[in-house]
Design a protein around this ligand. Structure first.
Ligand SMILES: *Cc1c(COP(=O)(O)O)cnc(C)c1O
Length: 389
């Protein structure tokens, strides 16, 4: 029987071994070393931004971004409910409260509902957006670019700037996606909001094993990010600290792997694009199934493929998942909605309904960059067989 995983790293075709062994030979394996600088430079260059700060994980990057955005205890942060929980947990790390929003057909936060919420439920007091129901300040918003897709970022920035809300892009799934139309044409995911987080976890489009990066517009914010991720050390000799810092810096070993992966990012995107198109042509022809398209105003990185199992399909999503698994094909339902998870049951939500529909219908199907056409044929044939088509 075959064994086709959902999303695994592609580590064998580039300079991964060479660079990691060089880091070991040089005996620079920890939070200092040339690969960290090289990786940060190459990443900033790829994103057409001045500088990025490499760290231990995407989660750590979001935590740092919230601190840079000035989110403090008892503030509020607007977040989507349809996301991986790591986009929301850092709001709790800074002792603030998430407010959950719905998604639209892009799978990203619904901007019309966001606008309605801000217009009807908040008021500006001394330049701060205040939630009328709770009296708390809404300082920031986390925009997750779900599965590599992007919403209308120009519109989001306009809405948030009008309410003085800092935008943190969770671009952990969207490295390589960029805008192709309008005023932000050419801008990469992660370089539009005030701050952004990237991730290089094992399932992401490129990996450092585990790792992430903080992106920001202002150089002083990036310097602050470096400071916070390296234990907030003011003085390297006497070890003096003015703030509580974190052990969040990326290691040279991780960066060595990351640099080799980054060299192949465009190739991975093109492999993922080819597989996406191949899947889509075959699956959209099946009644009751659809591969969700990406937004037309962006060039996506095609990170994850979203199979929509509609009500008129012969079996439901969970049954399909189970039967595919019996055939050695790993698929996964979309994440459990965050506003329904135990730590967040008490939090405010705003008109969530589209996310509930997607929660029942979305199945993520194998999407690794090393997936072959033959694998896809097997997956599609298996789906047809299970559905008795
Ligand atoms: C992967 C991911 C993260 C967290 O990244 P890690 O590097 O695993 O900490 C955050 N948000 C979303 C949407 C993700 O998919």
């Amino acid at each position: 029987m075959r064994n086709i995983p959902l999303s695994v790293p592609n580590l064998k075709s580039g300079n991964e071994r060479k660079y990691v062994l060089e880091a070991i030979d040089a005996e620079w394996v920890s939070t200092g070393g040339q690969y960290i600088n090289d990786f940060e430079k190459a990443l900033a260059n790829y994103l057409k931004t001045d500088k990025v700060v490499a760290c231990q994980s995407g989660t750590a990057a979001i935590h740092v971004a919230l601190m840079l955005a000035g989110v403090k205890m008892e503030d509020e942060v607007i977040v989507p409910t349809l996301t991986f929980i790591a986009a929301v947990n850092p709001v709790t790390y800074v002792k603030a409260h998430p407010v959950f929003m719905d998604v639209d057909e892009t799978l990203c936060m619904d901007l019309n509902k966001l606008e309605n919420f801000l217009t009807n439920q908040t008021e500006m007091c001394d330049g701060v957006c205040v939630n009328k129901k709770t009296g708390r300040s809404i300082k920031a918003l986390v925009m997750v670019h779900v599965y590599g897709n992007m919403t209308d970022m120009a519109k989001l920035m306009e809405i948030c700037n009008r309410h003085n809300i800092k935008v943190i892009e969770d671009a952990t799934e969207a490295l390589g996606s960029y805008i192709t139309e309008g005023a932000l044409k050419g801008k990469h995911a992660g370089t539009i909001g005030h701050f952004a987080a990237l991730s290089f976890n094992g399932n992401k489009i490129i990996t450092t094993g585990g790792g992430g990066a903080v992106v920001a517009r202002k150089i002083e914010d990036l310097e602050k990010a470096t400071y916070l991720t390296t234990q907030a050390k003011n003085d390297a000799l006497y070890y003096l600290h003015d703030e509580v810092g974190y052990n969040y810096r990326m290691t040279n070993l991780q960066a060595a792997l990351g640099l080799a992966q980054l060299e192949q990012l465009d190739e991975f995107i093109s492999l993922k694009y080819n597989n996406f198109t191949y899947y889509k042509n075959k699956i959209d022809a099946i009644d009751g199934l659809e591969i969700l398209p990406f937004s037309k105003t962006i060039k996506p990185n095609y990170w994850f493929y979203t199979l929509l199992v509609k009500e008129n399909f012969s079996i439901n999503r969970d049954e399909l998942q189970k039967r595919l698994s019996e055939k050695g094909i790993q698929t996964r339902p979309v994440w459990g909605l965050i506003h329904k998870q135990k730590p967040y049951l008490q939090c405010e939500t705003y008109e969530i309904n589209k996310a509930l529909e997607y929660y029942d219908q979305i199945l993520n199907i194998p999407c690794s960059s090393n997936l072959t056409k033959d694998d896809i044929d097997y997956i599609v044939e298996s789906i047809k067989e299970i559905a008795e088509l």
